[in-house]
Design a protein around this ligand. Structure first.
Ligand code: AMP
Length: 445
């Protein structure tokens, strides 16, 4: 905790705490030389080292040198001590934009003003090869004049870790703003996925609620994957049309940022030459007490290199909530994939590949002398040839991919006798699945 009134390197005087996450605390501060307000984001160096984000953080700090736009919170300077890293950032006095939406939806013309600023910032950053990867309400701040400022642009290493934390601490954290291709982890284009998040933000501004919402994460995932949303009747024809083009689940056919900026909805009242921003240079490498991105971790790099190397072996490049789940051995996801007491519907998670899950299921079908009535992508339909007490037993199995090494398998009885289903489930299916099941959902470990 930085004490109020304490001075950092004879340059900044700390004020009140503005917010905090797992990795960082954000303080209001005053530049002692100019008297200007700034925000200081304080990272615990050891925490960043522990999760092996050093290289990415260094890279992102150098990228931030490239980013200078009136709608992007500017990184002024990076300072470091033995234990901490300090990001000196432009101060956004107006707080979070969504505090406004929390009071209800906003008028289309006002929403347009914010979206114009947001898309301009996003388009500018993309032109520099910088992607946000976590655009959401908490990252949209306002300055004292109500100008939108996007926070954490280019800091995806720290943003994602922050995201991890929030997902972990709430367990049912929501990927409400995340593009379908990011959730399914099929490799994605940062520009297209950032634009999807902008589409969700536009919808929320106009409606006052999320386009995709479900308490059950699987159901939410399905809605996002199919872009299943409804526009309230007060949405104008033009805004509906634009939202539909942005919230296209296929990133290849999704509209581009350039095309959004050319749309009549966007162009209405748009000032393409925003006010000149204060010409304050990012001071990452030039000042004597500032540090360049390579030196940020310099002080304790040697002690922690082992940690870093070990982490690098097991850690995927980009962690998302699902990675955390998959890395947390034995974590029961009951809350996320609620069964609602339906015993005919069982679920398990697996760290095996989709093809090995599928071939295990096919082997089981052969053992049980069940026919494969349908096989389509991750879907398998098994049928018993002989009629049971209540007709032919039919089981549906669906495999959902969270990451390349983490799957959820849902199995349910479509028709037939429940007792017969429960019996083969207990005596044949479960024992034969043992090798590939990581955790049965909704059961005591
Ligand atoms: P963060 O850890 O970046 O999500 O920041 C936590 C909270 O601190 C944000 O949601 C904001 O409310 C506040 N905050 C972060 N950066 C700034 C800033 N530059 N100016 C004013 N408030 C900020």
């Amino acid at each position: 905790m930085e004490k109020r009134g304490s001075v950092l390197m004879q340059k900044y005087e700390f004020g009140r705490l503005l917010g905090q996450g797992n990795f960082a605390k954000v303080y209001h501060a005053r530049d002692l030389k100019t008297g200007d307000n700034v925000a200081i984001k304080v990272f615990d160096k050891e925490k960043v080292l522990k999760v092996g984000l050093v290289d990415q953080t260094k890279r992102e700090i150098s990228i931030m040198k490239l980013v200078k736009h009136p709608n992007v919170l500017q990184l002024y300077e990076v300072l470091a001590t033995k234990t901490k890293i300090y990001f000196i950032i432009e101060y956004a006095k107006g707080g979070e934009l969504f505090n406004k939406v929390a009071k209800g939806r906003i008028h289309e013309d006002i929403a347009r003003k914010y979206v114009q600023q947001l898309i301009s910032a996003v388009d500018y950053c993309h032109s520099k090869g910088v992607y946000h990867r976590d655009l959401k309400p908490e990252n949209l701040l306002l300055d004292e004049n109500g100008v939108l400022k996007v926070a954490d642009f280019g800091l995806s290493a720290l943003v994602e870790s922050h995201h991890q934390e929030s997902m972990l601490s709430t367990v049912c954290g929501t990927p409400a703003y995340v593009a379908p291709e990011v959730i399914s982890r099929r490799g994605y284009d940062g520009a297209k996925s950032d634009l999807w998040s902008c589409g969700v933000i536009l919808y929320v501004l106009l409606s006052g609620h999320l386009p995709f919402y479900d308490l059950n994460l699987m159901a939410l995932y399905k809605k996002i994957g199919k872009a299943k949303y409804k526009c309230p009747n007060w949405f104008s024809f033009e805004s509906r049309r634009l939202i539909a083009k942005i919230l296209d689940p296929n990133p290849h056919t999704r509209i581009s940022t350039t095309k959004v900026m050319e749309s009549s909805w966007f162009k209405k009242g748009f000032n393409s030459k925003p006010d000149k921003m204060e010409n304050r240079l990012i001071n990452v490498a030039s000042s004597s007490s500032s540090v360049d991105s390579d030196n940020v971790f310099g002080v304790c790099e040697n002690q922690s290199s082992d940690v870093e190397e070990n982490q690098a072996l097991v850690k995927p490049t980009y962690l998302n909530a699902f990675d955390i789940i998959s890395l947390s051995a034995g974590l029961d996801l009951t809350g996320l994939f609620a069964n609602n007491g339906d015993e005919d519907n069982v679920k398990f998670t697996s760290m095996n590949s989709a093809s090995s899950i599928m071939s295990t299921l096919e082997d089981i079908a052969r053992v049980l002398k069940m026919t494969i009535a349908k096989k389509d992508g991750g879907l398998l339909k098994l049928e018993r040839s002989k009629e049971g007490r209540k007709g032919q037993l039919s089981i549906d199995v669906e495999i959902f991919e969270f990451t390349e090494s983490f799957y959820l398998v849902e199995m349910k009885k479509l028709c037939g006798d429940t007792l017969e289903y429960q019996k083969i489930l207990k005596e044949d299916i479960r024992p034969n699945l043992k090798a590939i099941v990581w955790v049965w959902q909704g059961e005591k470990q």
